[in-house]
Ligand binder design. Structure first.
Ligand code: GTP
Length: 542
């Protein structure tokens, strides 16, 4: 029935109004209350909220596709209420935050690509206990309004932002106002909208303080383990949900709000809780209202969840996406007027807020990513291919940041973007050099361009090391790959220079990859390179 399941302010309005014209028409009649309470039998506790389905659909649309981390399923319903999942601690925090406790260390000027942010929705306002008073009646019928709903926290990717630096470390939505006399509902708490750049992935994460405690505990061990090992060896248990009751593939992380148990959460006026609990009429009423509370519990549980692998805001989001929903306002005493209860001196308190940490990661979205050892000539290539095109839109960060260039190839030809990331060295996967943190900026690129330097003793070995460092063939199997041998101008007459390229070419051909020798500095073969890159950026990865 409508009234058991919908927010109370949507309850049908009374036709028999109080006499005073100053009183708003918001209160249900005695009969409507009785009818509503009558529907709250033991079968009434079920989730029924149209928003649940739409929330699932929105989340599904924004599920992170490529960067799914491994999780181990420990148990599934019906053995356990949730899908119990275990995964490495490192998947629920940012290694940057831990490596550099000082948050300024991982910022470069105004460019910040990872933030851990605490979010809190608002509490619902309490219902009001009040009775109509006018010239004829000292104590009229109950007219206490409902509390306002707490504000929610939303996220939205917008145009014109390219850094997470402006985000605050904590966002708190407003609490709903308490209900008022004369059937006045409290006002809704203020919503929070967090705007982020396109390319941001928002993931549930653990409170950084808790993570630090865990890490410090392990750091005390002898021999002292590396931070990376701690984060991968420590496991975290997470309660998850599938897409439906039958689907036991973990999809959403369940969030929990501290809530009063069903049948509690009353506010009393004049007479005590004990006084009321002693009365048959109150116990009977409360049995039904407890079922109403259970419905709210189920509704909340259905909506209080976030995608396990994050919300991928790779496009401008049309409508804000709700991360944390505010608590619903409590019922005012006008809902408890029945033929037995003429003076309900009680109302319900507002439902509690939701609080959680989220990791916001900005992942640049370029069609192609340049991968190579330091000094291979990646920046030079990007400069040259940018210079070789008539119109270039590019923005530069410092050497520690990704550089993205847009290559516009003239009329009728497709534009593509290329990201240059800091060089990768042997042992990068063990956090040597600049580690692999910057790979996230090309994770979603369609193609990767491996840049090798022909002045190196063994460019093929360079290529094999790079493949190993970025995660092996498994990691690149879905990418278009192009192998570029740069610095072909060095010692060009030496047959060994040619042999080095031929060995690379052979290796690439065996894997179905294209390869090309160039001299970026002398701009030799650059136009062929652009054509091959355009092909790599365009074609759908195998
Ligand atoms: N001889 C020769 N030198 C080149 C060529 N391309 C780049 N270089 C030189 O190689 C050095 C490194 O070039 P960069 O473009 O900065 O190399 P990078 O791969 O971006 O280096 P990181 O940013 O450290 O990863 C510079 O001194 C360039 O001038 C080339 O085709 N031939």
């Amino acid at each position: 029935m409508l009234r058991t399941l919908q927010p109370v302010r949507f309850l049908p309005r009374t036709l028999v109004r109080y006499k005073s014209s100053a009183v708003p028409d918001n209160a249900p009649t005695l009969l409507e209350n009785e009818e509503w309470l009558g529907t709250l039998d033991d079968n009434a506790a079920m989730a029924h909220d149209a928003n649940i389905e739409s929330k699932n659909t929105i989340f599904d649309k924004h599920q992170t596709k490529n960067e799914r981390f491994p999780v181990e399923i420990k148990s599934t319903p019906p053995d356990t209420k949730y899908i119990k999942v275990q995964s490495s601690l490192g998947n629920f925090t940012s290694i940057n935050y831990l490596r550099q406790y000082n948050k300024h260390n991982h910022t470069q000027g105004n460019f910040v690509d990872v933030r851990i942010i605490q979010c809190k929705s608002g509490n619902g306002g309490n219902g009001c206990i009040s009775f109509l008073r006018d010239a004829n009646r000292r104590v009229g019928p109950p007219d206490g309004g409902d509390g306002g709903d707490g504000g929610s926290v939303y996220v939205q990717a917008v145009e014109g932002m390219n850094s997470l630096s402006k985000l605050k470390t904590r966002y708190v939505a407003g609490d709903g106002q308490v209900g008022g006399a004369r059937q006045l509902d409290g006002s809704r708490g203020k919503d929070i909208l967090i705007t982020v750049p396109k390319g941001t992935v928002v993931r549930w994460c653990l409170d950084p303080k808790v993570v630090r405690e865990m890490v410090e505990e392990d750091m005390g061990k002898s021999p002292q383990p590396a931070l990376k090992d701690i984060l991968s060896n420590r496991k975290l248990d997470v309660d998850c949900y599938g897409r439906s009751k039958e689907d036991t593939t973990p999809k959403y992380i369940q969030l929990f709000r501290e809530q009063y148990p069903a049948g509690e959460g009353w506010l009393f006026k004049d007479k005590t809780k004990e006084y009321h609990e002693d009365k048959d009429w109150f116990r009977k009423l409360n049995r039904n209202v407890a079922n109403y509370d259970r419905s709210l519990d189920i509704n909340e549980a259905s909506k209080d969840k976030v995608p396990l692998y994050g919300i991928d805001l790779d496009e401008i989001t049309e409508k804000p996406i709700c991360l944390l929903e505010g608590g619903r306002g409590g019922l005012g005493n006008m809902h408890f007027l029945t033929s037995v209860i003429r003076n309900p001196r009680f109302a319900k308190i507002g439902r509690n807020h939701l609080e959680s940490f989220f990791m916001f990661e900005l992942k640049s979205i370029a069609d192609l990513g340049l991968v190579g050892f330091p000094n291979a000539g990646k920046s030079t290539i990007l400069n040259k291919i940018s210079n070789a095109t008539p119109r270039i839109g590019s923005w530069e960060f410092t050497t520690l940041r990704p550089t993205i260039g847009t290559i516009m190839r003239g009329s009728g030809q497709e534009t593509f973007t290329v990201a240059d990331i800091p060089g990768i060295i042997e042992g990068a996967h063990l956090d040597r050099g600049m580690g692999l943190e910057f790979l996230k900026h090309i994770e979603r690129s369609k193609g990767w361009v491996f840049v090798l330097a022909l002045d190196d003793a063994d460019p093929l070995k360079q290529l094999q090391v790079l493949i190993k460092e970025v995660g092996g063939m498994e990691k690149i199997k879905n990418k278009n790959i192009l192998v570029v041998c740069n610095k072909a101008d060095i010692d060009p007459t030496n047959p060994e220079s040619m042999n080095k390229f031929l060995r690379v070419q052979e290796f690439a051909r065996e894997r179905g990859w294209d390869s090309i020798p160039i001299s970026a500095i002398n701009e030799e073969n650059i136009s062929v390179l652009i054509d091959k890159m355009a092909q790599c950026a365009k074609s759908i990865p195998k």
